[in-house]
Design a protein around this ligand. Structure first.
Ligand SMILES: Cc1cc2nc3c(=O)[nH]c(=O)nc-3n(C[C@H](O)[C@H](O)[C@H](O)COP(=O)(O)OP(=O)(O)OC[C@H]3O[C@@H](n4cnc5c(N)ncnc54)[C@H](O)[C@@H]3O)c2cc1C
Length: 386
C-alpha cells in the first residue's frame, strides 16, 4: 500500500490499529453477531488506546487529530474484518458537531465520554417519508416555555439501543419567515416519548437499525446543539465527516474481501497452476486493488480538506470519496466471492454476507444516485430533474 500521502504518525497509527484489528479479526465479529451481542471488547480497547477519540480536541480528552486520523482507524479495523460502524456516527458526526458548535457545557458533558468510548451517540436524520430528500424531513421542535417539544419519526437509525443518546435532526420554525430550518437535538435514550423498534435487516452486523418515534418528547433548552439559526452549516459540519468515514468503512471491507480472495487464488489449484495464474482471475483482483487505492486517494483528499477547514471543497470531495469507495467496495466484494467459487458462498469463508454489507456503502448515508446528482448539479452545472 502506498503511504506517500501520509505522515509518519499516520503510518504508525495505521500499523498499530491494524495490529489491534488482527487480534480480533473476522472470527470475533462473526462470534459476536452469532450471539446477538455487541462489539464491546473491541470498542473499549480501541477507545482505551485513544483511537476512537483521535479526532476530538485534546482539552476534552481526545487525540487532537482530525478525520484523516479517524478514517485510518476505521479503515484498518475494517481491513482486519471487524469494522466499528458506530465510529461513523459517534465520534465522527456527533463528536465533530458538538466540538465545533456545542456549548462549553455540552462539550464537557459529552466529548470526554465519546473520546474514551464510555459514551456513544447515534445520529438520526433519515425519515420514512423523506428518505434521500432530507429537505423534506418533518420532525419538528417547538418551544414550550424553556423546553423543546419534539415530534416526528425516523428510520434506519443505527445503534440507538447501545447509544446513550441520539443526535436528532429536526426543524424549528423561523419566527420571522415561518420557514422550517434544521436544528440538532441531543435526545437521551430513555427520554419519555422516545420510542424505538428494531428493523430486522439482512446484514451480518452487530449494529442494529431502528425506527424511532418521537411523541411529544420534552427536552430542556440545552438539548439544542449550537445556534438555532445556523442549523444547515452545523449539519454539514457533521455530514462531511460521515461521508469520509463511510468511505473508510467501504475501503476496509473491500480490502478485507480482496485479501481473502488473493490468499485463496494463490493456493487453490485445479489445473496445473494456482487459479491466480489465470488472468481471468488475477486481472479483476488487480482492478479491484487499483480502484480501492484510487478511492483512498480521494478519501485522503476529502479528509485533508475537511481537517484544514475548507468545508465547501470538503463537501464535494467527501461525496466523491464516498461514491468511489462504495463502488470499489461493491466490486471488490463481488469479485472476491466469485474467486472462491463455491467456497465464496460457504459460512466457513464468510464472504457471501459481505455482498449485502457492501451495499450499505452504496446506499447510505447518501446514495450513489444522489452523489451523481450532486456532482451533475454542483460541479458540472447541469440542470436538475427534481
Ligand atoms: C445499514 C444502514 C444503516 C443506516 N444508518 C443510519 C443512521 O444511523 N442514521 C440515519 O439517519 N440514517 C441511516 N441510514 C439511512 C440511509 O442514510 C438511507 O437509507 C439513505 O439515505 C437512502 O434513503 P432511503 O432508504 O429512504 O431511500 P430513498 O430515498 O427512498 O431512495 C430509494 C432509491 O431511489 C433513488 N433516488 C431517490 N431520489 C432520487 C433522485 N432524485 N434521483 C435519482 N435517484 C433517486 C436512491 O438513490 C435509491 O436508490 C442507514 C441505512 C442503512 C441501510
Amino acid at each position: 500500500m502506498s503511504t506517500v500521502l501520509e505522515t509518519e504518525e499516520h503510518q504508525v497509527l495505521r500499523a498499530a490499529v491494524a495490529a489491534l484489528g488482527k487480534r480480533y479479526g473476522r472470527a470475533y465479529l462473526t462470534r459476536v453477531v452469532g450471539a446477538g451481542g455487541h462489539l464491546d471488547e473491541l470498542w473499549t480497547e480501541a477507545a482505551k488506546l485513544g483511537y476512537l477519540g483521535v479526532n476530538l480536541p485534546e482539552e476534552y480528552g481526545g487525540g487532537g487529530g482530525g478525520i484523516a486520523e479517524l478514517s485510518i482507524v476505521l479503515e484498518e479495523l475494517g481491513a482486519a474484518g471487524c469494522p466499528l460502524l458506530m465510529m461513523v456516527v459517534s465520534p465522527a458526526i456527533c463528536g465533530t458537531v458538538i466540538a465545533r458548535f456545542g456549548t462549553e457545557e455540552q462539550k464537557r458533558a459529552w466529548l470526554p465520554g465519546l473520546a474514551d468510548g464510555s459514551r456513544t451517540m447515534a445520529f438520526g436524520i433519515t425519515e420514512p417519508d423523506a428518505g434521500s430528500n432530507s429537505h423534506r424531513i418533518t420532525t419538528t421542535a417547538r418551544k414550550d416555555g424553556g423546553d423543546w417539544i419534539l415530534n416526528g419519526r425516523k428510520v434506519f437509525i443505527s445503534g440507538v439501543d447501545i447509544a446513550d443518546a441520539t443526535l436528532i435532526v429536526g426543524r424549528t420554525q423561523d419566527a420571522r419567515s415561518g420557514r422550517l430550518k434544521p436544528c440538532l437535538f441531543i435526545v437521551p435514550r430513555e427520554t419519555p416519548g422516545f420510542g424505538r423498534s428494531h428493523i430486522p435487516m439482512e446484514l451480518a452486523a452487530a449494529e442494529k437499525q431502528f425506527e424511532l418515534t418521537l411523541d411529544d418528547v420534552r427536552l430542556p433548552a440545552d438539548a439544542l446543539v449550537g445556534d438555532e439559526d445556523a442549523g444547515l452549516l452545523q449539519l454539514f459540519a457533521g455530514l462531511n465527516p460521515e461521508r469520509v468515514m463511510t468511505a473508510a468503512f467501504a475501503l476496509g471491507m473491500g480490502r478485507y474481501a480482496l485479501d481473502r480472495a488473493v490468499d485463496y487464488a494463490r493456493t487453490r489449484q485445479v489445473w496445473k497452476e494456482p487459479i491466480g495464474a489465470h488472468q481471468a482471475v488475477a486481472h479483476p483482483l488487480a482492478q479491484a486493488h487499483i480502484e480501492l487505492e484510487l478511492a483512498r486517494l480521494m478519501m485522503q483528499k476529502a479528509a485533508h480538506l475537511y481537517d484544514t477547514g475548507d468545508d465547501p471543497a470538503a463537501g464535494e470531495a467527501a461525496n466523491m470519496a464516498k461514491y468511489a469507495a462504495g463502488e470499489a467496495c461493491v466490486k471488490a466484494v463481488d469479485q472476491a466471492v466469485h474467486t472462491l467459487g463455491g467456497n465464496g458462498l460457504t459460512q466457513e469463508y464468510g464472504l457471501a454476507s459481505l455482498i449485502t454489507a457492501a451495499r450499505v456503502a452504496r446506499i447510505a448515508p447518501v446514495s450513489r444516485e444522489m452523489i451523481l446528482n450532486f456532482v451533475s448539479h454542483q460541479t458540472l452545472g447541469l440542470p436538475k430533474s427534481y
